[in-house]
Design a binder for this molecule. Structure first.
Ligand code: NAG
Ligand code: NAG
Ligand code: NAG
Ligand code: NAG
Length: 366
């Protein structure tokens, strides 16, 4: 969007300079830099001093489509707030598209925040969106895995989605300018900390959100984003069950991609997209043991927006628009396991749907 406007302007300017010439001017090359001088995740931002936008320049992929300074005046269903708050099962946000019937791969650079409360200047998550949710608390990270009706948050039915994180293909984040804060790791449970290591898998009617403790043992490891194509279950092993809403204490997961075989610790790297669909993965992730689970009714959690209608109308066309990058991340957000009982175990159902999701994403993006 920003690009086509710029190209049109440049084309118009050159036509004016060579008045009389009838051959259309060639499209202007994209001369914007690809990478920022400082990657988004290295830009220090404090909760008390959030700028209007954290990304203020134009890059090859575009500009920041929304804003980070979110308050009561931006709390509505057209909000373009791109600051994500992830505090607890009662108070969290996810990233999803601003316009109805969007795919994640088409809109990864411009997702907006949808929250459970009115406190964060964002859109509200409509009632009935979540049909199950497991929150796992560890000293190193806080993880949410839920079953959702994704059309409620503007995701096209059938879209297997993908992964969003603070890095992205160029260090600008997905969405561009994403900022994530949490009170979960502060000693008083109420101080907001900048959690620049995080990721979100969304699509396939599931969502996974993980924020890593900035003072934890390995925030970049637990929240790494190099395994976007192998899906939620490899990145966020869990025992979420559709129909159950619970918060549990959890042992830490294995660092995603690290596994043991024959007594050796091995490391899996995801093959490049150019090598085609991933057809086998040499391990299944271990689900960490969990304890102290407290269960809730969804009506106890999703209180602020209990009477909100699902999103059906187009949002206002504000924002400068981040354009989609051709090298977009594919990948399946599916799937979580639903074994019902807690305790250490292995994944039983995920691989097939993950592979299908990857294949689907490839077909879609080809
Ligand atoms: C509220 O947020 C909007 C949008 O970011 C911003 O323009 C405005 O200055 C903010 N208001 C306050 C009081 O911070
Ligand atoms: C959503 O988008 C798909 C693909 O473009 C289209 O086939 C479908 O009709 C759209 N649905 C609605 C409700 O607009
Ligand atoms: C913070 O939350 C934890 C877990 O709910 C609780 O055990 C602890 O007492 C809380 N600390 C404070 C200072 O409220
Ligand atoms: C979760 O359960 C609901 C029924 O309560 C069902 O409609 C939905 O398809 C299920 N979601 C998934 C992802 O299986």
């Amino acid at each position: 969007m920003a690009h086509s406007a710029l190209s049109a302007f440049v084309a118009l300017a050159s036509l004016t300079l060579v008045a009389g010439q009838t051959t259309p001017a060639p499209a202007a090359p994209n001369t914007q830099p690809t990478f920022p001088a400082t990657p988004l995740s290295d830009i220090p931002v404090t909760y008390s001093d959030i700028p209007y936008q954290v990304i203020t320049s134009t890059y090859a992929r575009g500009t920041q489509s929304g804003y980070n300074l979110c308050n009561s005046t931006t709390q509505n269903q057209n909000s373009e707030c791109q600051t994500l708050i992830v505090n607890s099962i009662f108070d969290f946000c996810l990233y999803a598209p601003g316009q109805p019937n969007s795919t994640i791969s088409d809109t990864e650079g411009e997702e907006v925040a949808w929250c459970t409360t009115k406190n964060h200047g964002s859109r509200g998550i409509p009632p009935g969106t979540f049909t199950g949710l497991q929150v796992l608390r560890t000293a190193d990270y806080l993880q949410f895995v839920g079953f959702i009706n994704q059309a409620n948050v503007n995701i096209q039915p059938g879209d297997f989605g993908g992964e969003l994180d603070g890095g992205g293909q160029d260090g600008l984040g997905n969405p561009i300018g994403a900022e994530v804060f949490s009170t979960a790791f502060s000693s008083d449970n109420s101080t907001y900390q900048h959690t620049s290591q995080w990721n979100v898998f969304i699509g396939g009617n599931q969502v996974g959100i993980k924020v890593c403790n900035p003072a934890g043992s390995n925030p970049a490891g637990y929240c790494q984003h190099t395994l976007d194509r192998i899906g939620l279950i490899y990145n966020m092993p869990n025992q979420a069950a559709n129909g159950t809403f619970e918060v549990c204490d959890s042992a830490p997961m294995d660092i995603p991609g690290v596994y043991t075989s024959g007594g050796q610790t091995l490391s899996y790297s995801q093959p490049a997209e150019s090598l085609g669909p991933i057809t086998s993965i040499p391990y299944t992730p271990r689900i960490p043991s969990s304890s102290n689970c407290q269960t809730y009714q969804s009506s106890q959690i999703f209180t602020d927006f209990a009477s909100l209608a699902p999103s059906t109308t187009a949002a206002s066309p504000t924002g400068t628009g981040a354009s989609k990058n051709s090298g977009t991340r594919a990948g399946s957000a599916a799937s979580a396991s639903a074994t019902g009982s807690n305790g250490a175990g292995t994944v039983t159902i995920s691989l097939f749907s993950t592979i299908l999701g990857v294949a689907f994403s490839f077909a879609f993006l080809a």
